[in-house]
Design a protein around this ligand. Structure first.
Ligand code: ZN
Ligand code: ZN
Length: 429
């Protein structure tokens, strides 16, 4: 097959280690790919292995390396993708939600660019050192963070594939590259397109270090073992196999897990926290911010298991408000903003006056009138954001060096260690 020819990277690769945010990385000696399967709950892997539908990931488990890793809190897309890209925690990189309240302006802001990013990324830094890099994301909201300070790199989203030009993406004619049209934002092809584009870039020898980030639309809608979920995982696995055929070193992890957040009758299990606190403490007493809010609302209605509460006016009631919140059925943890920043390693200025985390099967909304749940179309709500969605698989196509095998036994594996393990921890890389 044509694949075998693309084994080596170009000759002008930099020698030595490159330091990014206090960690050092060896330049790739073979095409190296980190994949972030969005919403990759460990249950999808377990179920898929049990059902025998994931032959390539099964191969990683048997002959490469497999662990269950922990991501960063809150267990949302932007903080975790940014951690994987920077190799560090939100307190360093600056992104602790998809959506936040800017205390200085009082405005609510959706993160769709890199303006909140406050450190270098691994792809950006390695590209400046001469490594040829590429990032492909399902969700366009991550494109600017992935492409941050990239030199001569390629970066585009499948969501807006048709808009990619040499000037804005380092590549044009992406639809021709992949061989089909730009997918709809809620189509599972949004993820397949990303992996197919990655394989094409390696076939063309256009990049040696890649980041491929998928979408969790399917996981929000279907539990492990449901036909739609199994079909999706089968397609992902097949494409991972193609990257291995191309002699790439492949790491597969996720940004967060996913859990069923519905009552037995199928209705969403929601605490409308802004309504509860305003009813108890007076209209307008608090504003509840849901950091899961993003341009993909149809499948989760902006409901996750982590919110930040901002008091309006009288701050003396914070203890009473926290006590009221703590007593609600389904609340797992209530922390002051400062406590949350310390415990979750987030930037303190982006925390609220207090932070609330719901348990495995509960989500927290602001006010019922502000959330549109019609997109669920009667399906059970599945979502993330809490401590219960902090874990994801961490799979490598090849075995670790003895030093890294020892490290993996000694220290907890984090999803944002994936480039460290890929570039420094695999003998054949
Ligand atoms: Zn996600
Ligand atoms: Zn999600």
């Amino acid at each position: 097959m044509a694949a075998a020819a693309s084994a080596s990277v170009r000759a002008a690769m930099p020698a030595g280690q490159i330091t990014v945010n206090g960690r050092s990385y060896k330049p790739p000696r073979r095409p190296t790919v980190a994949i972030c399967v969005d919403g990759f709950d460990p249950a999808y892997l377990q179920q898929g292995l049990k059902d025998g539908i994931l032959p390539n990931m099964a191969q990683f488990v048997r002959h490469g390396f497999a662990a269950t890793a922990r991501g960063v809190m809150p267990s949302f897309t932007n903080p975790n993708n940014t951690s994987i890209l920077t190799g560090t925690v939100p307190a360093v990189h600056g992104i602790s939600g998809n959506y936040y309240l800017d205390r200085r302006t009082g405005k609510e802001v959706m993160i769709t660019d890199a303006s909140a990013l406050r450190c270098e990324t691994i792809l950006g830094r390695l590209s400046q050192a001469g490594v040829r890099v590429a990032g492909v994301t399902a969700k366009d909201k991550l494109r600017e963070i992935i492409g941050y300070r990239m030199k001569d790199g390629i970066v585009f989203s499948s969501q807006k594939a048709k808009d990619a030009t040499l000037a804005n993406a380092g590549i044009d004619n992406v639809e021709a590259l992949v061989g089909r049209k730009t997918p709809d934002q809620y189509d599972p092809d949004l993820s397949y397109f990303v992996l197919d584009a990655g394989a094409r870039l390696i076939e063309r020898r256009a990049a040696d270090l890649l980041y491929l980030s998928l979408s969790d639309v399917i996981q929000h809608s279907y539990a492990p073992g449901e036909p739609e979920a199994n079909a999706f995982m089968t397609e992902i696995d097949r494409r991972i196999g193609r990257l291995v055929e191309l002699n790439a070193v492949v790491g597969v992890t996720g940004d967060h897990g996913m859990n069923d957040k519905s009552r037995p009758d199928g209705t969403p299990n929601v605490i409308w926290l802004e309504d509860v606190l305003n009813a108890r403490f007076g209209a307008g007493a608090v504003r509840v911010i849901c950091p899961i809010t993003d341009p993909f609302v149809r499948h989760h209605g902006a409901l996750g298991s982590f919110v930040r509460v901002y008091l309006r006016g009288d701050q003396s009631r914070i203890a009473a408000m926290m006590a009221t919140t703590r007593a609600l059925d389904g609340v797992e943890l209530v922390l002051t903003g400062a406590e949350a920043a310390r415990r979750f390693e987030t930037p303190p200025e982006y925390e609220g006056d207090f932070t609330v985390v719901a348990n495995t099967h509960v989500v927290i909304g602001s006010s019922a009138v502000l959330h549109d749940l019609s997109g669920l179309k009667g399906r059970r709500l599945r979502s993330h954001g809490g401590l219960s969605e902090q874990h994801m698989p961490f799979l490598l196509s090849e075995p670790l060096t003895p030093a890294y095998a020892a490290k993996a036994r000694r220290t907890e594996v984090r999803n944002f260690d994936v480039y460290d393990y890929l570039l420094n921890g695999i003998a054949a890389a």
